[in-house]
Ligand binder design. Structure first.
Ligand code: AP5
Length: 209
């Protein structure tokens, strides 16, 4: 399956992608994770991306498209993948259309109040990329690998508000873009636990229990 996970920041795309990748045995391709790794390693791409990410703005299309083009050629993508956070603009979607045919786009919907609560409490593991909410953590180490979890710089309150504005202006138009193509599947995440959302994701994708 070739899937796109779409939705505002903090809607739970990454959390759900991590569950589904294990069940379907396909990789999660998170452009956010790839860019943050590039920043940590101070690669030329990381140097370009840092300012945009820290301000909550989108990294330029050509930079992100080049990353995805390369990543999709890797062997583990042969049987499908979950694009998590890509495309994020109509030009990115148009280029993707020239590279692959996507099976389905899952749009995760969540009101802004819940997004702000989730992102302010989010902690991530810099080693294995697992994501947690502080209410589910016991201390400050990753239950998966024992590394100390951190707060993302772009999860600070002012930056979160900017990311929400950027989402409305630049990414939300993709909802109609994929609706018109007939590939959109909507999952309303409001008030739902991770497991409830995951059941819904499987349902809209037609994956049996
Ligand atoms: P990226 O890393 O993709 O960030 P995002 O889309 O803003 O998404 P998030 O990772 O913030 O949220 P998520 O929906 O994955 O939620 P999560 O599962 O973590 O991008 C970061 C930056 O990189 C962008 O701002 C941009 O600068 C750049 N970038 C990336 N891709 C780009 C592109 N294509 N073009 C240009 N620039 C690009 O969950 C959030 C929290 O909620 C966690 O704490 C989690 O534990 C908790 N949670 C999840 N589900 C539930 C639930 N059901 N109930 C309660 N808590 C839950």
């Amino acid at each position: 399956m070739k899937l796109i996970f779409l939705g505002p920041p903090g809607a739970g795309k990454g959390t759900q992608a991590q569950l589904l990748m294990h069940d379907l045995n396909i990789p999660q391709i998170s452009t956010g994770d790839i860019l943050r790794k590039a920043i940590r390693e101070m690669t030329p791409t990381g140097v370009i991306a840092k300012g945009y990410i820290d301000r909550g703005e989108l990294v330029p299309d050509d930079v992100v498209i080049a990353i995805v083009r390369d990543r999709l050629q890797e062997k583990d993508c042969e049987n499908g993948y979950i694009l998590d956070g890509f495309p994020r603009t109509v030009p990115q979607a148009e280029v993707l259309d020239t590279i692959v045919e996507i099976d389905a786009v899952v749009d995760f919907e969540l009101p802004n109040e819940e997004i702000i609560n989730r992102l302010s409490g989010r902690r991530v593991c810099p080693k294995c990329n697992s994501t947690y909410h502080i209410s589910r953590l016991n201390g400050d180490t990753c239950p998966g690998c024992g590394e100390k979890v951190i707060q993302r710089k772009d999860d600070m309150p002012e930056t979160v508000l900017n990311r929400l504005e950027v989402y409305e202006k630049q990414t939300a138009p993709l909802i109609d873009y994929y609706k018109n193509k007939g590939s959109l599947r909507v999952v309303d995440c409001t008030g739902q636990q991770v497991e409830g959302v995951y059941a819904e994701v499987r349902k809209v994708l037609g994956i049996n229990a």
